[in-house]
Design a protein around this ligand. Structure first.
Ligand code: F6R
Length: 607
């Protein structure tokens, strides 16, 4: 999704902004632009395509101490130079960058056109530039304040005016915006990597906050116009964590970071006695007993983690759970009251569909817990309790390390609840904790065997379609494996419960069709062998994933991958890893942009 950066200070704003935009590339974008104040004019440059195109178009001696920059991911209007941000008013004295959507832009546009203003782009953002200009009378803050009264929708805005080179005005409503605090310089950004090179001290704006940045000061006003202070937070990770560190892509780096990520969660959440530590989250036996219904709400990969979450909460804690897609949940009038527990799951913590579901549930009295990776994100801030996944920055668009840490968090929540409710025997609890502690090593074993997977990918990358089948928990991992493959390889892929295959989808199996059979559940293993045989009988090819030692599957598989032995319920933490590697190597073999697959964005802040 779109990215925002703004700079005001002693340095030349141009390289700071261009560098910041590059750090935001991972969010996904199709055009980029910059507006800087060079004294007698706002210099605005925009280009379709990569940031390098924009960089090349800028004069080498361009210099300014204040400016804003933007990467756009098209929503209203095709990707083009005209539709790229910043947008500006008629005489180019006001420039605006915007993330989000102005819902009433058609109505505002009509009105502004009636006032004689000619629009040049197809975007919703252009109305903001003209609106601010309409109210501008030498005071940018006032003009933005007046404009906000007329805007509906979600927005993070950065606004500069030619005649006020000493300030940037920034606004946040339902779209993330962070303020970076430096020495004689301040920044705005849609997310931290854009400014991390310059400062680790940030503050997150609340909804409806307006920030006025000068070189030496940041003043914040809330939605009522009152001056407010927001806590300054220190970012714990450094740029190295947001760089490739010798790997060719972020995606493979992040796949390889999983043993470390899982270990971190184990270290922070399981104490020496094997007890689960919730870190300030108050979840007493009474609280849990009061819960009549749990909804897990999420999108995409996080939704798949939720499917595993449902399975383990029901198995361990014996509580009923429903898993819902964020974009559906909010519109289906779900049954919610103060006995409902909502668990939202989100890597970015900014996914609007999930965030809006959270808000609706909160309004209706539910307790909101969240499993979130990005510290200080909207979902984290608006939840009653947050389980951070501590996976570190995930830059590759395809979510990998966030997924495994989300799943692990669910296991720990489920075990915690089961323990509190006294519905799990101590021996069982202890043995699961013991097995969980082995997971980082087991993942490492899979990663060390990457060459086997790469070889299969190199032989199979030209497939037009690939199916994934599994039973029990392996179905949930099939969904995630299939999503991973399709988003970075662009191969048409479908995941289906293995037993469902014969009810229709088997019609698509032809000679050579690759079917990935995930068969890690001991009690369903025999059944999986039968389903694999059904595929083989139609001359399909099989890539199977089974626990080591389960070798009957070899004879009916064209390719075989193993995961280390663990208890059935924990296999998702392992079986997804070879699937991530498979998707990655297929994508590389096809020559795709692995980290930034077409049409996708890292943080989906539109509905
Ligand atoms: C897939 C992927 C997406 C996200 C989805 C939700 O690899 O990354 O499907 O999982 O957009 O994003 P978050 O977790 O940030 O809410």
């Amino acid at each position: 999704m779109c990215g925002i950066i703004g700079y005001i200070g002693e340095k030349n704003a141009v390289p700071v902004i261009i560098d910041g935009l590059k750090k935001l590339e991972y969010r996904g974008y199709d055009s980029a632009g910059i507006a800087i104040n060079i004294g007698n004019e706002l210099k605005i440059e925009k280009k379709q395509g990569r940031i390098i195109n924009l960089e090349k178009s800028l004069d080498n001696d361009l210099y300014a101490n204040v400016g804003i920059g933007h990467t756009r991911w098209a929503t209203h209007g095709e990707p083009s130079e005209i539709n790229a941000h910043p947008h500006y008013n008629i005489d180019k004295s006001i420039a605006v960058i915007h993330n989000g959507i102005i819902e009433n832009y058609t109505e505002l546009k009509k009105w502004l056109e009636g006032e004689g203003i000619k629009f040049i782009s197809e975007t919703d953002t252009e109305v903001v530039a003209h609106l601010v200009s309409y109210y501008y009378n030498g005071d940018l803050v006032k003009a933005v304040t007046e404009s906000l009264k007329r805007l509906r929708g979600a927005y993070a805005l950065g606004v500069v005016a030619k005649d006020e080179p000493d300030k940037i005005v920034a606004v946040r409503k339902d779209s993330p915006l962070v303020i970076g605090l430096g020495k004689e310089e301040n920044f705005i950004a849609s997310d931290v990597p854009a400014i991390l090179k310059h400062t680790k001290n940030v503050l997150y704006l609340d909804n409806d906050d307006m920030a006025i940045l000068t070189k030496n000061e940041v003043k914040i006003f809330n939605g009522n116009g009152d001056r407010v202070e927001r806590d300054i937070e220190t970012i714990e990770w450094d740029m190295e964590a947001a760089e490739k560190g010798g790997y060719p892509h972020f995606t493979i780096k992040e796949i390889n970071e999983q043993p470390e990520g899982i270990q971190k969660v184990i270290d922070r959440r399981i104490n020496d006695d094997g007890k689960i530590v919730l870190d300030g989250i108050n979840l007493s036996k009474d609280d849990i007993e009061k819960i009549s219904r749990i909804y897990i709400v999420a999108c995409g990969t996080s939704y798949h983690a939720g499917l595993v979450g449902k399975y383990v909460i029901e198995k361990f804690a014996k509580l009923p759970v429903q898993v819902e897609i964020g974009s559906e949940f909010r519109y289906k009038d779900p049954l919610i009251d103060d006995k409902t527990l909502i668990i939202t799951v989100s890597q970015s913590g900014e996914t609007l569909d999930t965030l809006q579901s959270l808000r609706i549930a909160k309004e209706q009295g539910a307790r909101i817990m969240s499993i979130v990776n990005v510290v200080g994100s909207s979902i984290a801030r608006e939840s009653d309790d947050v389980f951070y996944t501590w996976a570190g920055p995930e830059i590759g668009v395809a979510s990998t390390k966030a997924f495994t840490t989300q799943m692990l968090t669910f296991y720990l929540i489920a075990l915690f609840m089961a323990d509190k409710l006294e519905v799990i025997e101590k021996e069982k609890y202890d043995s699961i904790i013991k097995e969980i502690k082995k997971i980082p090593n087991d993942i490492q074993t899979i990663l060390d065997n990457y060459k086997d997977i790469q070889k299969i990918a190199d032989e199979q990358f030209n497939n037009e379609k690939i199916f994934f089948i599994g039973r029990g928990l392996d179905v949930e991992i099939s969904y995630e494996a299939s999503l991973k493959l399709k988003e970075i390889s662009y191969i048409n892929s479908q995941a289906i419960a293995a037993g469902e295959l014969k009810h229709g989808t088997i019609a698509l199996i032809e000679e050579g069709t690759l079917v990935v059979a995930i068969a890690t559940q001991d009690k369903l293993y025999e059944k999986m062998l039968s389903n694999i045989k059904e595929v083989k009988a139609r001359k399909g090819s099989i890539l199977s994933i089974a626990k080591e030692g389960n070798n009957e599957i070899n004879d009916i598989s064209d390719y075989r991958l193993s995961i280390p032995n663990t208890i059935d319920i924990l296999t998702p933490l392992l079986s997804i890893v070879p699937m991530q590697l498979f998707a990655y190597y297929v994508s590389v073999a096809r020559g795709n942009d692995v980290d930034m697959p077409r049409n996708l964005a890292k943080s989906v802040t539109v509905e």
